[in-house]
Design a protein around this ligand. Sequence first.
Ligand SMILES: NC(=O)c1ccc[n+]([C@@H]2O[C@H](COP(=O)([O-])OP(=O)(O)OC[C@H]3O[C@@H](n4cnc5c(N)ncnc54)[C@H](OP(=O)(O)O)[C@@H]3O)[C@@H](O)[C@H]2O)c1
Length: 265
Amino acid sequence: MNKNYALITGSTAGIGLEIAQELASRGHNILLTARREDRLKDIAQQLIADHGVHADYVVADLGDVSAPGVIFNFCASNEYVVNILVNNAGYSINKKFHETGEEEEEKFLRVLGLGVIALTKRFIPGMLQQKSGKIMLVSSLAAFAPPATGWGALYGPVKTFVNRFGDALNLNYRSQGITATNVCPGFTVTEFHTASGMQDAMDEVPSFMKKDSKTVAKGAVDAMMKGKSVWVPGALNKMLAFLCNTLPTSLVIKMSSSLAGRRYE
Ligand SMILES: NC(=O)c1ccc[n+]([C@@H]2O[C@H](COP(=O)([O-])OP(=O)(O)OC[C@H]3O[C@@H](n4cnc5c(N)ncnc54)[C@H](OP(=O)(O)O)[C@@H]3O)[C@@H](O)[C@H]2O)c1
């Protein structure tokens, strides 16, 4: 039996769920992880029924420092070999920086940043042994943009950090058969904005700026399989990323305010 698996964090909803479905439809065995066990169980059963692959799950809160170890030990004890790692889990804190507790920010950085490093660190040795591996880092267009007011002071900065981490992985491991792909979506219709208490702001974003999670997931998986370093979904988002990288920050903030309203007020 094929012991190779794709491990996808945050696979109970949105982009992560669609990535799991996309990879399963291409014949990959799937390991799901997130906090909601009922969903994980149902999704794993559905993937097996729909695609004839093997699928399993492990419940973990990536805000806990022990979570990456729990996930790794689960894979090791079942002899699951992770040759595709999708670091996707994420959310946003819809509060001003001075309104959050330090613990809240630490947990946030663990889910979006430190957990990404900890999981990658644990699974890279196995990939090096196989001389091949695919790593996806689900980042954001916010990685290129100036930090916004409405979605927490650390969201943009941690996504920029994730992109730089992906670049470092490519520099260090591409020659050994392992590639990292920074996926940088713009506004995508998922549970993200409701879960982060930002649905009102999302509702104000013009529909031409929004993408559906299935389209984002398919493009992300294509980009990862081709070993691309960075992928931004859609022509408009690509143009915005380009402008963010080239225009003066003050102009980008003005432009973002007119497009994304209250987030830059
Ligand atoms: N939607 C957008 O507009 C957008 C734009 C750019 C980038 N992104 C990025 O895309 C990624 C996926 O977001 P999404 O839009 O698909 O959001 P989503 O629909 O809310 O899904 C988020 C996933 O992350 C999991 N998760 C959240 N907190 C977790 C924790 N503490 N431990 C473990 N799992 C956790 C959730 O599962 P449980 O609740 O079951 O744990 C869920 O499966 C995130 O990294 C986000 O920053 C989203």
